[in-house]
Write a protein that binds this ligand. Structure first.
Ligand code: SF4
Ligand code: SF4
Length: 144
């Protein structure tokens, strides 16, 4: 009994330190870590692919009218699965290494993107123009 316990102690000592000194020293997550997501508003084409795959409904798409689409990211609901990053055809979403997301206000975890889209002549709903140049043909393109 005593010998087996001594062996256990020896094995533990041999392993050395296996924990990080975080939060006293910064912890750098490894490559591939899925932290708080970031969205590049310039790259997003409003296809809603990210919202379709988001299981906890952290991404909500709203058509404000026939021309403007709003995409809201409610990151307090995010489970960091990374599916939105995976399916985004424009690589507009990136899972960063940021993991310190504690906050007193949920608003800090809210990202809102408003995009000028094309307007379908038949149904009047927003759609993604085939080519970025198509957007340039529209009067009032990206006023802000
Ligand atoms: S990482 Fe997953 S849960 Fe978070 S917004 Fe993207 S798809 Fe939704
Ligand atoms: S999948 Fe990418 S391009 Fe499509 S709406 Fe989401 S962020 Fe924008």
């Amino acid at each position: 009994m005593l010998i087996s316990k001594m062996k256990e102690v020896w094995i533990c000592l041999k392993a050395g330190r296996v924990t990080l000194p975080y939060p006293f020293k910064p912890a750098i997550p490894p490559d591939g870590f899925r932290g708080k997501l970031e969205i590049d508003k310039e790259k997003c084409i409003g296809c809603a692919g990210c919202a379709n795959v988001c299981t906890p409904r952290a991404i909500i798409v709203t058509d404000l009218n026939g021309d403007w689409r709003k995409i809201d990211f409610y990151l307090e609901r995010c489970t960091y699965c990374g599916r939105c990053e995976e399916v985004c055809p424009e690589n507009a979403i990136v899972m960063t290494k940021e993991f310190e997301t504690a906050t007193n206000s949920k608003e800090d975890l809210h990202i809102s993107v408003e995009l000028y889209m094309g307007s379908c002549q038949r149904c009047g709903r927003c759609f993604t123009p085939v080519h970025p140049l198509d957007k340039m043909m529209v009067t009032g393109f990206r006023e802000n």
